[in-house]
Write a protein that binds this ligand. Structure first.
Ligand SMILES: [Zn+2]
Length: 127
């Protein structure tokens, strides 16, 4: 079976070790459960939380993603809406943050785990 590329594993929220098991319990927009993450991989058993409060560092990645979103939004508003005032920016950015929160929460954890989780990907041999 062909293994996922690292990029597709990141985008699908898969285990950094085997790229098969899912990191999260539910879909991103299941609003009751989107925060819940599995403790270990269903496929290979790798523990995702390396130490207590490991994912606190994902806040910095989430912050960087938010700042990037603000900058892109401000740029687009500035060049597309001629009579934009500060309320236009505020409403657009608050709406985007609320709508994209589940994705930003998840991808900040996925990026943090792939960056600092200490996993080394070694595909299994078929023999
Ligand atoms: Zn795994």
């Amino acid at each position: 079976m062909a293994k996922r590329t690292k990029l597709s594993a990141v985008l699908q929220g898969r285990c950094p070790q085997c790229r098969e098991g899912r990191l999260f319990i539910s879909k991103a927009y299941n609003l009751k459960k989107f925060l819940l993450m599995k403790k270990e991989c269903d496929a290979c058993g790798a523990r995702f939380e390396k130490e207590p409060r490991f994912f606190d560092g994902a806040m910095y990645i989430s912050y960087a993603m938010s700042v990037g979103l603000f900058l892109v939004s401000a740029f687009i508003i500035n060049y597309t809406i001629e009579e934009a005032n500060e309320n236009t920016y505020l409403i657009a950015i608050i709406t985007e943050v609320i709508l994209l929160y589940p994705l930003m929460y998840r991808y900040s954890r996925v990026f943090f785990l792939y960056s600092f989780g200490g996993f080394k990907y070694t595909p299994k041999q078929n023999n």
